[in-house]
Write a protein that binds this ligand. Sequence first.
Ligand code: GLC
Length: 434
Amino acid sequence: MCLSWVFGLPHGKEKGTFLALDLGGTNLRVCKITLHGDEPIDGAKHSLEQEKYKLPQEIKKSSANDLWNHVADALQKFMKDKGLDRKYDKDNPMSLGFTFSYPVTQHRIDHGILQRWTKGFDISGVEGKDVAAQLREKMEERGLPIKLIALANDTVGAMIASAYNDPETIIGSIFGTGCNAAYMQCLRRDPPTIPKLELTEKQWSIIDEATKMAINCEYGAFDNNHRVLPLTKYDEEVDRESPRPRQQTFEKLSAGLYLGEIFRLVLLELTEKGFIFNNQDTRTLKQEYSIDTSFLSQIEGDNTPGLKATRNEFKEVLGIEPTKPEIELSRRLAELIAWRGARLCACGVAALCLNNDIRSGHVAVDGSVAHRHPMFKKRWATALGAILDMDERDGEEGAPIQMTSAEDGSGVGVAVIAAMTMERRQTGNTIGLN
Ligand code: GLC
């Protein structure tokens, strides 16, 4: 559970122009975002210009120096291409919000010490260090007229961006490469609602009953001690072979990075035992992570006669020509793995609702699994409905707690957070600000 120093939800009138940087799993995205607040333009509360820069695979296993040079180069290119380097200067820098979707310990909003890499990243020299300081140093080297105002997790961004447009938002959740959620926690001192929050007497004096802070749960790390969740031998193997064994236990059972790999391990075992794919070339099947989670989405979404599309996918991705029973088995397997993932994701959100007595509202969801898997949303909603005993509407439209498609949290969300932070500085609540 990480403190975010984002106090309250936005009122929706936040305005201004910001730079947003999103360091995700596959891309690096830089955006220029203008928030229009209560003066929407053509019905839109923001406008956005963005560029995506590829994050080369090698970077994921490189060094801090390589990573931040790459990021700062992208920022420099963006500033130049959009003419922003002429509009802003050292005395009037452009405000930056940085979405960094990994667990960080934040003592202030514009700083964050990386606890550990997740989602297969393994870049040396960053864990235990302040990522904001590392980026700032590279921006300074290039003389970029940029001021980092806020660092935020993607779940916090998703919640804030969605609340900017939809005040019923209660939770921001990501079901993508990783799996995680953020919610608003009220701040009470005795008994403490956030035991790790250390404030001075003066700071407590400006906090009232209604004050809330966004909490990044990092529940992908739930049960790292392997005491609660039933693990299969395939889960144990995924864990063992990952760059950080015994970390992100919950995430390794439920998130997009791993579902395809679990599927591969089961098929591989059946192959090695001689049950399936006899006399086929299974070299690709033997390669780690050769099956992406999109493969599972494809199988379950296949409506072609005789599952022809799945047959083609097997040929294309794995070089295997499966028989009818092999295809049927694969489909059932894909279904089981994705069902388990969706149910676990529902447990995470249900836990937040139960723990905080949340009985209604919108869970703003983003991520590739949520958006691209054909059955995920329905299954998630059914499971949430069952856990929270929500009646037959099962978390779908009309249910008290329902899933909405999150607004762009890593772009708009972090821009709104930067705007809220600057506004807060002016109103005198400087807790967690520099
Ligand atoms: C991983 C990260 C977390 C992020 C999630 C979704 O769980 O540790 O910070 O929110 O992935 O991207």
